[in-house]
Write a protein that binds this ligand. Structure first.
Ligand code: SF4
Ligand code: SF4
Length: 373
C-alpha cells in the first residue's frame, strides 16, 4: 500500500520542506514559454538546457511510469550577505551549497517514502540538477504563482524559495494553482540593474546578474560590468524590491539563529574582495568547498571580485589590481585592467602591462583602461 497523501505531506515536512504540493509531472503550457526562451537564445551558454529540451518538456519520456509531481519548497529569506568588507552574495548562495542540502532532503524524503511502501526506483528528483522545469512544476502544483520576475512567489512565504521536486509513480490528488498575482506592480522590472526582465515573466539570462556572475565563463560584457555594482555573486534585487518578500518568516533571523544549512558559510567572514582576486587553487579547493559559489569557478570568482573592485573604486585596492595584471589567467588580467582603469587609470602598472601583454583580448582591456574606457 502506498502512503496516503496526508502521510506524504507529513514526511515531506519532516524532511525539511515547508511547502509541499502535488501537481502534474509535466510543465504543461509553461513548456512553450521555455521553447520560445530557448529559441530566442535567452539561455546564453546554459547549453545543458537546450541539450535536454525534450526531456525537460516531457519528463515521462525519460522516466516511465511518472504520474505526478511532489513539488517542494524551502524558504531561504534572510539578511543581506556579503564578503568581509563588502561584495554582496545572493542570499541563496550564502550558506551551505543548496544543491547539497536540498538534495539531501529530497533523498531523505525518497527513502522515507520507500520505507512506507513506495516501490524502490519509482520516485526521482533533485534540485536544480535534474532536467525538469522546476518553476513550472511548482506553479502547476500551487507552491506559488509565476511572477513578472519569472520567480515563483508563495502566497504564504514570498519569493525567497528554493524549489525541488520528486517525480513519482503515485497518483496523488492535484492541489491546483496557488492564489495571487503581481497585479499592476512593476517594481522588479523597474529596479533590475541590467534590464534583464525584458517583459513580464521573461528574463533574458544573458543580461541577468544571476547568470553573468555565475554561469558565464570568460569575460563579462563591458556593458554590464558597471551595472553589477557591488554584487560579487548573484543578485537579489528583483526579490528585495518585491512587496511579497516581507512574507518570508526567516527575513529577520540572523547568524546562528538561522537553520544550519542557511547559516553564512565561513568564507564570507574570512575572505575580502582583494583576497578573492588573488585566490589560488589550493585555498579554493580547501576553503571554498561546500559553497554554491564554486559554481562560478575560481576564474569566475576572481573576475567578479575585480569587477566589484572596479565599481567600488577604492584607491587602497590599486596595488592588488596592479599585481593581478601579472596573473596567469587572462580573464583575471583583463578584468583587473578594467578595474584599475577605473580606480587609477594613470597607474604605471597599466603602461607596463601594455608593453608586456600578449593576449589580444587583455591588450584591448588595457588600452581601453588607459583611455578611460
Ligand atoms: S536577478 Fe538581478 S539582474 Fe537578474 S533579473 Fe533579477 S534584478 Fe535583474
Ligand atoms: S516586484 Fe512586483 S511585479 Fe515583480 S515579482 Fe514582485 S509583485 Fe511581481
Amino acid at each position: 500500500m502506498p502512503p496516503t497523501p496526508a502521510l506524504v505531506r507529513e514526511l515531506a515536512h519532516d524532511c525539511g520542506f515547508e511547502l509541499v504540493r502535488f501537481g502534474p509531472a509535466d510543465p504543461g503550457p509553461h513548456g512553450q514559454h521555455f521553447v520560445d526562451w530557448l529559441d530566442q537564445g535567452r539561455h546564453g551558454e546554459m547549453h545543458y538546457l537546450a541539450d535536454n529540451r525534450d526531456r525537460i518538456l516531457d519528463p515521462a519520456s525519460w522516466r516511465t511510469g511518472v504520474r505526478s509531481a511532489i513539488a517542494l519548497g524551502v524558504d531561504y529569506g534572510g539578511p543581506r550577505a556579503e564578503l568581509r568588507g563588502g561584495g554582496q552574495v545572493a542570499r541563496y548562495a550564502a550558506g551551505r551549497d543548496y544543491h547539497r542540502w536540498l538534495r539531501d532532503r529530497v533523498f531523505a524524503l525518497r527513502q522515507r517514502l520507500e520505507r512506507e511502501g513506495v516501490p524502490h526506483g519509482t520516485c526521482n528528483g533533485g534540485a536544480d540538477a535534474v532536467p525538469v522545469l522546476e518553476r513550472a512544476l511548482a506553479v502547476r502544483a500551487g507552491i506559488g504563482f509565476l511572477a513578472k520576475s519569472a520567480m515563483v512567489i508563495s502566497p504564504t512565504h514570498g519569493p525567497y524559495l528554493q524549489l525541488a521536486e520528486l517525480l513519482t509513480g503515485m497518483d496523488l490528488p492535484q492541489d491546483g494553482p496557488a492564489p495571487g498575482t503581481c497585479g499592476t506592480c512593476t517594481a522588479c522590472l523597474d529596479a533590475c540593474p541590467t534590464g534583464a526582465i525584458v517583459a513580464p515573466h521573461q528574463v533574458d539570462a544573458r543580461r541577468c546578474l544571476s547568470y553573468t556572475t555565475i554561469e558565464l565563463r570568460g569575460f563579462a560584457s563591458p556593458e554590464l560590468r558597471e551595472a553589477q555594482g557591488d554584487r560579487f555573486f548573484g543578485c537579489d534585487v528583483c526579490i528585495e524590491v518585491c512587496p511579497f518578500h516581507a512574507r518570508s518568516p526567516l527575513l529577520d533571523v540572523h547568524g546562528l539563529d538561522r537553520p544550519r544549512d542557511l547559516q553564512p558559510h565561513k568564507v564570507l567572514s574570512q575572505w575580502s574582495l582583494v583576497e578573492v582576486l588573488a585566490l589560488d587553487e589550493a585555498h579554493y579547493q580547501r576553503e571554498w568547498v561546500g559553497t554554491a559559489m564554486r559554481r562560478a569557478t575560481r576564474t569566475g570568482l576572481r573576475r567578479n571580485a575585480a569587477v566589484v573592485l572596479g565599481n567600488v573604486r577604492d584607491p587602497a585596492t590599486a596595488p592588488a589590481l596592479a599585481s593581478a595584471l601579472g596573473d596567469e589567467d587572462p580573464v583575471v588580467r583583463g578584468h583587473a585592467a578594467w578595474a584599475l582603469g577605473r580606480v587609477d587609470r594613470h597607474h604605471p602598472a597599466l603602461d607596463r602591462a601594455r608593453t608586456n601583454e600578449t593576449e589580444p583580448r587583455v591588450r584591448a582591456e588595457i588600452e581601453s583602461a588607459l583611455h578611460g574606457g
